[in-house]
Design a protein around this ligand. Structure first.
Ligand code: TPP
Length: 684
């Protein structure tokens, strides 16, 4: 038992009502975890004073309108401490009841184990995978800086809010926190304020088992403004530090707070035991007694505490009303800007934007899909101002820099090209924060192989239904000489396996244009474009199916006359050229072959069965060919169908030789198709 464990006083600077409110957070958290018989009580107990001062004194938020555009954003990066957030939201008067807290971690409750965006009012992002929330917060602060630079005018600061986040040892140990905070420091996001829960404890035990960083020095080295608080229960010190952080507008702030996990628990404070299991009925009793808590009843909320906390509602409503009036003044002075701001924050696309999408003709010649993407993007950004994007240091390769763009940089926040540096994971987490902030459609580029470095954030983008666009070039062995380290094999299948993730691998320039159309329209989840380094042949749309078929995920490009096909060839991206050649040859040889372009499995899977059956007649013999792992295609070729793919690593050589060496050729395809077509039944 540590010395603080016997102390009931939170701090000399806390009034009795402060203490009552803080202890309400603590007791609700321990009771909810106990009732659920699972969860993390210790961290909410430690951080209760911070949540209290933030939610009641500092944050500009209105519980009645959690989507107020100019609210301060709050991110609990250590999402396992979710009861801290749920308690604070309930006590502040968000649409969350005490009964909801009693349902913590239960089936279909509004208080899931970790905070989930879109599920609980006031939860700004889904956290739990450590480090992600830190990157989201950097993205939100970046979004604020960008929109402020675009929309604010003298005397009219309609975009003017802070982004607060709390992170734990785990958040700071995870590499993504380095990438994101280094980026945030470089870009001097002055309205970003972080709190580090320095409690010296992780799951395995004391942090010295694995972690002896000087976190403060680390953030100083990033160029952040760093303060230390010796005891988080000292509310005056907390207030002063937060005020100082707000006053520091030229760089982000990190406030390192010494805390005690399981604060107040006689036997579990400062131990890993307080991290991830209920305290136990007996220990809860002792803790409540130790804290001077007036009741033994579970989920007891003192009326005075609730009333005091709920003043947030009045304060928040007044703050939002003040902003609304400001917006009226802004709309009078700058009607067009005000309209545009409303549109962007609403997430509506500008009228007529699709007219910008170019069509490619034979005169454009052979075009790599990455180059086509660059051309489409260059046209789109002129009509879709919410596109804010960049690359993880592969700009010339990814073709992500539109001609009209300049570099986003400190005090150049209105610019739209982001040099993310070699920070793929950070980029993906920041993009999530940008999308969550609203008013922005983020895009980011790297090689498809390095999507591996982004996967945890991509998964969260999908889980949170966020519109972010990944521009992945060098999408296969077709990249050639860089060899197996750079040649994606399993990445397409892996990304296709993420629920609510849309992967599009266009076959030519016109499909690439259609892919961008889909990506911009798709509001409910991430879209990734897989693009070639190598040039692709022009697909003559007079002769073949229209590229607009891409929106349906798969469509018939070429068919043989005379009834149902003997064999269906399907493919995506660069290998569509192979099926087109093979289809011609097969038809010449008397085999009724159909060529199907299938740029997106997910879009096709979302089509009515009727359409799917039109493209892939039930019982038809099917071959898929893709220069990637075959796994994701088995669903589409059906039993007895054949997938020509690659289930091993690639090779370093000129790309045409690799294709040949690995047997991904028209001749092999024709031979395989003839064999399949000759079977009496598909499963023969
Ligand atoms: C990426 C990731 N790895 C592992 C975990 C599992 N996990 C949850 S909390 C935690 C560490 C707990 O230590 P700390 O971050 O200091 O939180 P505290 O115990 O102070 O609440 C771990 C490993 C996770 N949530 N996310």
């Amino acid at each position: 038992m540590s010395e603080t464990a016997t102390s009931t006083a939170v701090a000399s600077s806390a009034s009795s009502i402060d203490e009552l409110c803080i202890n309400t957070i603590r007791t609700l958290s321990m009771d909810a975890v106990q009732k659920a018989d699972s969860g993390h009580p210790g961290t909410p107990m430690a951080l209760a004073p911070l949540a209290y001062v933030l939610f009641t004194r500092h944050m500009h938020h209105n519980p009645a309108d959690p989507s107020w555009p100019n609210r301060d954003r709050f991110v609990l990066s250590c999402g396992h401490a979710s009861m801290l957030l749920y308690s604070a939201l309930y006590l502040s008067g968000y649409d969350l009841s005490l009964d909801d807290l009693k349902q913590f971690r239960q089936w279909q409750s509004r208080t899931p184990g970790h905070p989930e965006y879109g599920h609980t009012p006031g939860v700004e992002t889904t956290t739990g995978p450590l480090g992600q929330g830190v990157a989201n917060a950097v993205g939100m602060a970046m979004g604020e800086a960008h929109l402020a630079a675009i929309f604010n005018r003298d005397g009219h600061s309609i975009v003017d809010h802070h982004t607060y986040f709390i992170c734990s040892d785990g958040d700071l140990m995870e590499g993504i926190s380095h990438e994101a905070c280094s980026f945030g420091g470089h870009n001097k996001f002055g309205k970003l304020i972080g709190f580090y829960d320095d409690n010296h404890i992780t799951i395995d035990g004391p942090t010295e088992l694995s972690y002896t960083d000087d976190a403060g020095a680390r953030f100083e080295a990033y160029g952040w403004h760093v303060q230390h608080i010796a005891d988080i229960n000292d509310l005056d010190a907390l207030d002063a530090a937060i005020e100082a952080a707000k006053a520091e507008t030229g760089r982000p702030s990190m406030i390192v707070c010494r805390t005690h996990i399981g604060f107040g628990s006689p036997h579990k404070q400062d131990t890993a035991k307080a991290h991830g299991e209920p305290l136990g009925e007996e220990e809860i009793k002792l803790t409540k007694r130790n804290l001077g808590w007036p009741s033994e009843e579970a989920f007891y909320v003192p009326e005075e505490a609730l009333a005091h906390f709920r003043k947030v509602r009045e304060r928040g409503a007044a703050l939002q009303e003040g902003w609304r009036r400001q917006l009226i003044g802004y709309a009078k002075a700058h009607p067009d800007l005000a309209k545009e701001f409303g549109r962007r924050m609403q997430g509506d696309l500008p009228t007529g934007w699709e007219a910008a999408i170019p069509t490619f003709t034979k005169e454009n010649g052979n075009v790599a899909s990455r180059a086509a993407s660059g051309a489409v993007l260059g046209a789109l950004v002129e009509k879709v101002p919410e596109l804010l994007g960049g690359s993880a240091d592969l700009t010339p390769s990814n073709n992500t820099l539109p001609k009209s763009f300049k570099s986003f940089a400190p005090n150049e926040y209105a610019e739209r090209y982001v040099h993310y540096g070699i920070r793929e994971h950070g980029m993906a987490g920041i993009m999530n924060g940008l999308a969550l902030h609203g008013g922005i459609i983020p895009y980011g580029g790297t090689f498809l192989i390095f999507s591996d470095y982004m996967r945890p954030s991509q998964r969260l983008a999908a889980l949170m239904h966020q519109r972010v666009i990944y521009v992945f070039t060098h999408d296969s062995i077709g990249l050639g000489e860089d060899g197996p380290t750079h040649q994606p094999i399993e990445q397409l299948t892996a990304l296709r396996a993420i629920p609510n993730f849309t992967m599009i691998r266009p076959a030519d320039a016109n499909e690439t244009a259609e892919a961008w159309r889909v990506a911009i329209k798709h509001k409910t989840g991430p879209v990734a474009l897989a693009l070639t380094r190598q040039k692709l042949g022009y697909i003559d749309r007079e002769k073949y199916g229209a590229a607009s078929g891409l929106a349906k995920g798969a469509y018939v490009l070429a068919d043989a006359p005379g009834g149902d096909p003997d064999v269906v060839l399907m493919s995506s991206g660069s290998e569509v050229a192979l099926i087109l050649d093979a289809q011609t040859k097969l038809v010449d040889q008397g085999v009724r072959a159909r060529a199907v372009s299938m740029p997106s499995h997910e879009l096709f899977a979302a089509q009515p069965l009727e359409y799917q059956n039109e493209v892939l007649p039930p019982g038809s013999k099917r071959i898929a060919i893709e220069a990637a792992h075959p796994m994701s295609w088995y669903r589409w070729v059906g039993t007895g169908g054949i997938v020509m793919g690659i289930d091993h690593f690639g090779a370093s050589a000129p790309f045409a030789e690799i294709y040949k060496g690995l047997g991904l050729t028209v001749d092999k395809l024709v031979e395989t198709a003839r064999g399949l077509a000759a079977r009496r039944t598909v499963t023969e």
